[in-house]
Ligand binder design. Structure first.
Ligand SMILES: [Zn+2]
Length: 255
């Protein structure tokens, strides 16, 4: 499994929550919780299942990283364990609108002003989250690595390095190192997993009336056909500067 590439996608949930595809998956699967709470759901897509699996391997390396403390104390998943409002029996009406920062006093957590009793296990857990010295920016999560116990300055870079090193196969590393948009890496990753929706794949799942190529009518639109051997794709290769690097010695079709 390519944890490295998935790690890059995971990090988008942390760092770029407004990206359209992140918002789409968040709305569909997270129900207001953070990516740290990603779980399998009935009918989950392959992409989501892969993300859940990767998060299972990397979850322990993430910690809350608070900044302006504007997250809702009860309704935002700022701790990565789900919204705290779901973990307490009730939230007193006078405490409903309180944000995380309203519980900070001189760099420490203070719960005296609550009109309710915070369960001790939750209070203890919250106390372990560091109150930020500088209160600016968005509350998020940081990567501290496995049990290192201290924050790494360039959280994103260290996280991606870690995810990359956990990748056993050289081909994944090559995809990983490409200086291209994530969606291109993801497309390659899907191709290498045989997970592109070609007509052959769709036909087998009863999603297409035929497995033939819609462009050249060859009987089997496999991944290698659609990307390399289809005459239309081949023309793109012939017209590109990459032609010398492609082998057409073993063609699936000679249409
Ligand atoms: Zn074709």
């Amino acid at each position: 499994m390519n944890v490295a590439l998935l790690g890059k996608l995971l990090w988008d949930f942390v760092e770029n929550p407004t990206k359209p595809w992140v918002r789409l998956l968040s709305q569909k699967y997270l129900n207001g919780q953070s990516i740290l709470c990603a779980t399998k759901q009935r009918g989950s897509s392959q992409v989501w299942l892969s993300i859940v699996k990767a998060m299972g391997k990397l979850r322990e390396g993430f910690q809350p990283c608070l900044a302006d403390g504007q997250s809702s104390m009860w309704f935002d998943d700022w701790m990565g364990v789900g919204a705290l409002g779901r973990l307490v029996q009730f939230v007193h009406i006078s405490d409903l609108d309180r944000n995380v920062a309203s519980f900070w006093e001189q760099g420490r957590w203070k719960f005296d002003s609550l009109s309710m009793v915070l369960p001790s296990e939750i209070a203890t857990r919250v106390q372990q989250v560091q109150v930020p010295l500088v209160q600016s920016g968005r509350d998020t999560f940081a990567w501290i690595g496995e049990a290192s116990g201290c924050y790494i300055v360039s959280s994103r870079v260290k996280f991606l390095e870690y995810a990359s090193h956990s990748t056993p196969n050289a081909i994944w590393r090559r995809v990983w190192k490409l200086e291209v948009l994530v969606k291109i890496s993801f497309f390659l990753w899907q191709g290498l997993h045989g997970a592109l929706p070609t007509n052959h794949a769709r036909y087998r799942r009863h999603l297409a009336p035929s497995s033939s190529c819609a462009r050249c009518s060859y009987s089997l639109e496999s991944i290698i056909h659609s990307l390399r051997d289809c005459p239309h794709s081949r023309q793109v290769w012939f017209d590109s500067a990459l032609m010398s690097q492609i082998s057409f010695a073993e063609m699936e079709c000679v249409a």
